[in-house]
Write a protein that binds this ligand. Structure first.
Ligand code: PBG
Length: 326
């Protein structure tokens, strides 16, 4: 008789037949940084810290020592530095360039990824430049935004970033950023494109952490409709043609079908971002004693990998890297 259970009989056999394994080198740790000298726990995201530059360097070093290959940086910018043209985003002496430089000095082998978008830098909280019509209706300017994103990418590359990750969803930005980097001599700096970034309610805690929620309107004119997956393939074809090195789907767990589809339609590596809301759903249930935290986290990451992601951005990255050691 054919008995599939034979392949599940012992731990050794189960290991032999296992299709997917998770390793710490699959994980990318998102990290928050601010100008203060103190490391401050983020109330809206228990277990996550907004680091000083010194704290960031220390924590990234620990993560790297645990086998995590990369970190991605998100800044909390002081209100006084926010402006409608988001000029702080390409200030060579700004928070992110200094954080990149400090990380590369301390941990040259750690891959440093930066977020390319304007929301931490303009008081509007939108990823692009905002134009208001007479009725106060907001419009997010595409091509004007892309010009600023190119300056931001060059600024990060100059500071030593290995990879820039445009998360803004403006049209044509990957191609323009690629050109701008190449023209400035940064042809070796990679682009991870947020190819399919959905207008998701799961970003709420992140926006609280950075005080970057949009003041007016929402992000639905640039982030994708959660109802669409074929459109993700359209974005895939464009990002490939424009020269992206890695494609990303965000959020991850509610969009496993999108990850799979993208995996089937591209030869590029696919990344997935387990976002703040996904983190908190697990965290909150675990803190209430309703779920087994470690088991659920491992299952969530395995399923994202099984869907087709070769790398996962996760706030759990350091915990998981520790668990994978023992
Ligand atoms: C903004 C950005 C967001 C996240 C990463 N980059 C929020 C947004 O688009 O509003 C969300 C990450 C998370 O929720 O963990 N460029």
């Amino acid at each position: 008789m054919i008995r599939p259970r034979r392949n599940r009989r012992t731990p050794a056999i189960r290991e032999l037949v296992r299709e997917i394994t998770l390793s710490s080198s699959d994980l990318i740790l998102p990290m928050f940084v601010h100008e203060d000298g103190e490391d401050v726990p983020i109330v809206a995201m228990p277990g996550v810290t907004r680091w000083s530059i010194d704290g960031l360097v220390r924590e990234a070093g620990e993560a790297h020592a645990l086998g995590i290959a990369a970190v991605v940086l998100f800044p909390k910018i002081e209100d006084a530095l926010k402006s409608s043209d988001a000029a702080e985003c390409h200030n060579a002496q700004g928070l992110i360039p200094r954080a990149i430089a400090a990380l590369k000095v301390a941990h040259p082998g750690l891959c440093v990824i930066t977020d390319i978008a304007l929301d931490p830098y303009n008081a509007d909280g939108h990823d692009g430049l905002v134009q208001r019509d007479e009725g106060g209706e907001v419009k997010i300017l595409n091509d004007e935004t892309v010009e600023v994103l190119c300056q931001q990418a060059i600024c990060h590359a100059r500071a030593g970033a290995d990879i820039v990750a445009p998360s803004d969803m403006m049209d044509g930005r990957v191609g323009e950023i690629r050109n701008a980097l190449d023209m400035e001599g940064f042809s070796e700096v990679s682009i991870i494109s947020y190819t399919a970034k959905y207008a998701s309610a799961l970003y709420g805690p992140f926006r609280g952490a950075l005080d970057s929620a949009p003041k007016d309107g929402d992000k639905k004119t640039y982030q994708m409709d959660p109802a669409n997956s074929i459109e993700a393939l359209r974005e895939t074809l464009l990002d490939e043609a424009e020269g992206a090195d890695i494609l990303m789907v965000k959020p991850a767990s509610y969009y496993l079908d999108v990850i799979s589809k993208m995996r089937e339609h591209t030869t590029l590596p696919v990344a997935a971002y387990q976002v703040s809301g996904e983190y908190l759903m697990i965290k909150a249930a675990a803190q209430s004693g309703w779920l087994d935290e470690r088991a659920v986290i491992m299952e969530s990451l395995i399923s994202i990998k099984r869907a087709g992601a070769s790398m996962i951005l996760s706030y759990f990255a350091k915990d998981v890297a520790k668990w994978l050691r023992c």
